[in-house]
Design a protein around this ligand. Structure first.
Ligand SMILES: [Zn+2]
Length: 323
């Protein structure tokens, strides 16, 4: 019999509602203080029949998630340096120390019993967060400067040139491929969730991994995912979700991976449920293999997500997603 505190964390009613899987978050704080408890939570989810994905929640502020990063605070000289001079609170994916840390996290995630590791929206820091212009999106840390010089036989520019953009995509892609291989060697598959294309021209979001095909083709990638949250990105639900769903379907299926689509189930109220249902329909119509929704109970426990009347929204979300 699990302790009383543990049972709700395993999302025990999700299976009864018709869900077949759950994504648990596993932050730096969890890794430091709740490693064995995470394994118990996953076991409890397995006991009620749920498959478990585990995500590096906010790790190094490189992966998605609202959790803060102690690693960043403890390793200021291994973080990104934007525009040539401005250090930011985000680890650099070029940095060997950060790569070691994420591999250690991955080992803990495998040990905890996850069915799939969910590499959530790996991305470079945005210059806007420290008041810099968009063209300052070039990391000038020692690791990036050395890697750029090796690749291009030139000094790393302090601004976003075509070469720097290509370098950023390559670094993130190889970083994720290395992690996928690391957990695959231990017998665990990966889902890689990439930022949805945004902007008027539908171009790739520059901070993220641009090469969907390369990720989908990576051995050990079971599913390619994306999370086109229409309200977050202020986009029309039918077109935005439909386009992202088609893109993830095409990229995944071209390389034998599953297409996993995330729906926004938070940040709105009952009056916007028609938009939510439109988004779900667009995802289904695109023929993705897996439909997931964030988050449990419409994220009603989390003030910053801004869900109004979460109990009402959650009932409708479950009805739309699990039918
Ligand atoms: Zn760097």
């Amino acid at each position: 019999m699990p302790p009383a505190w543990l049972a709700p964390l395993a999302c025990p009613d999700a299976a009864e509602r018709g869900f077949t899987g759950v994504l648990h978050t596993f932050s730096e704080h969890d890794l430091a203080h709740y490693r064995q408890q995470m394994a118990r939570i996953i076991a409890a989810s397995h006991d009620v029949g749920l498959q478990v994905q585990l995500s590096p929640w906010g790790l190094g502020h490189v992966f998605g998630g609202e959790a803060d990063s102690r690693w960043v605070a403890d390793n200021p000289r291994q973080c990104q340096v934007l525009g040539g001079t401005t250090p930011v609170s985000a680890a650099c994916p070029s940095n060997p120390g950060f790569r070691d840390f994420v591999r250690a996290w991955a080992d803990a995630a495998v040990d905890a019993g996850a069915d799939r590791i969910f590499w959530d929206e790996p991305a470079w820091a945005r210059p806007e967060t420290v008041g810099l212009p968009a063209h300052a999106a070039a990391c000038g840390c020692a690791s990036c400067r050395a890697a750029f010089a090796h690749r291009f036989a030139a000094s790393m520019p302090a601004r976003l040139t075509d070469e720097v953009a290509a370098f950023r995509r390559t670094v993130l892609t190889e970083f994720i491929q290395e992690l996928v291989a690391h957990v695959a060697a231990r017998g665990v598959a990966s889902t890689v969730c990439l930022l949805p294309p945004v902007g008027d021209d539908g171009a790739d979001d520059a901070p993220g991994v641009g090469d969907w095909a390369a990720i989908a083709a990576t051995p050990g990638v079971d599913a390619l995912a994306t999370a086109p949250y229409w309200k977050v990105f202020d986009q029309p639900p039918a077109q935005f979700v439909g386009a992202a769903a088609a893109r993830v379907r095409d990229a995944a299926h071209a390389h034998g991976a599953r297409a996993q689509l995330w729906q926004q189930g938070f940040g709105f109220g009952p009056d916007e449920l028609p938009d939510f249902r439109t988004a779900v329909r667009a995802g289904r119509d695109a023929g993705v293999d897996e439909l997931w929704v964030w988050g449990y109970e419409a994220g009603g426990h989390m003030s910053s997500l801004g869900t109004r009347e979460p109990e009402v929204v959650w009932e409708a979300v479950c009805d739309a997603v699990t039918r």
